[in-house]
Design a protein around this ligand. Sequence first.
Ligand code: SAH
Length: 418
Amino acid sequence: MSRPEGADLYPLALRLAGRRVLVVGGGAVATRRMPALLATGARVELVSPELTPSLRALADVGRLHWLARRFTPADLDDCWLVQVAIDDPVAAAEVSAAAEERRVFCVRADDRTAATAWTPAVVRHGPVTVAVLGGGDPYRSVAVRDAIRDRLADGGIPVPPAGRTLRDGSAGPAGTGGRVALVGAGPGDPELITVRGRRLLAEADVVVADRLVPGLLLDELRPDVELVDAAKIPYGPARAQEEINRILVERARSGALVVRLKGGDPYVFGRGGEEVLACAEAGVPVLVVPGVTSAIAVPAAAGVPVTHRQVAHEFTVVSGHVPPGDPESLVDWAGLARLRGTLVVLMGLKNLAAITAALVAHGRPAGTPAAVVQEGTTGAERTVRASLDTIAERARTATIRAPAILVVGEVVTALSRQ
Ligand code: SAH
């Protein structure tokens, strides 16, 4: 019995930075392959009479060098690798033959049996790269790669902490390698976390989670992960924050990868800055992973774009947790009332009547469209719409609960009015 196809391949990873790589063809295949090739830092020459618009854009900014003509064997001089990305078998065979003669490895999109090198299906997961060769069947390699990618992302395949060194190569405090990652969990739908955020969550030893964090993300944690529920920390808000900072620093100092998981984006009313400062003061390395903020995503989920051509060219996000007129308030409600653009108010549900009244009193037209969205992007999402002067009462009678967002402006009806 013969060996399966590809069993005689020698897998290898190439360092192509600064080295000349030739791509023959300027169509769909070349377009798909180009980003990974450019990411290596290779000096890419592309020979083809025609280019797709995205390849053309790369040529225009000098990311690749375009030879606007057909291939000639001399194009392979000084090349380390050639990628054939053309359909014409005769022309492709000509490239193969010239490459063979010059001992340049040749990847063939059209005919793997004629190729002297194969490109695997790849998934990158932080420092880990998995390359899958599917025995000559690209669908098989992609299917296996996808399954591995999903298991890496959900922690099903644990990735050991890599000698506990940091992205920049330095070790953590006192060489423990501990660190803190402030991760934005997104607005509620567990699929709206970033890829990096999900990876760090899968690698975490300790997770300190906020109340607004999607529960399903926590469901995926390995059983040995210590989960600290920041919402359950007693004391008042100021003491609780100190306590959270203390936990982050202490766990990181003991060598843990601590993920501080926060709703939306960590720097949008999330006190993320304070936690970064606390870590920095303690000499604990800290990394911030942005998140999809509810300020934009929740209106969007309810069909409201925060900007819209010819309707709103600005949007302003404010906190409504201190009512207008309160001496503690840092928000200029009178100034906001004069804006024509979109106003998004977070944490404003309990002060909704006071907020909308202040906006009207300071000149925003009472008939301005407004919406309140509860638990946007989740299964419990509810939206009420009314005008600025009636929205507070509508939200009250509809028993809208927190978390909720108020959005004010013509954008509220921009997609519903035709
Ligand atoms: N850092 C978060 C915001 C924290 S402040 C972010 O970037 O999204 C908390 C406020 O965000 C809530 O009071 C509410 O106004 C809003 N919020 C967060 N998630 C929400 C959701 N799914 N639906 C409606 N409002 C939400």
